[in-house]
Design a protein around this ligand. Sequence first.
Ligand SMILES: [Zn+2]
Length: 68
Amino acid sequence: MATSRAPKGLYVGTCPICHKHQYRTRQDARRVGRSLYPGHVLRAYRCGEYWHFGHIPQDVRRGERPAP
Ligand SMILES: [Zn+2]
């Protein structure tokens, strides 16, 4: 039980729109993202009533367009 690095219990379900894991707050999404992908550049973003995390798209990181 103690082997997983992902904080369990923060995940609240699967998004019906994009099928990603849903978290209740931006903080929860960021926390899980950091534990799963240490050292990666991640962002938390809202989708419907919940939050997801994801890698920042290359064009956003280059400054070619603002993050949504
Ligand atoms: Zn979604």
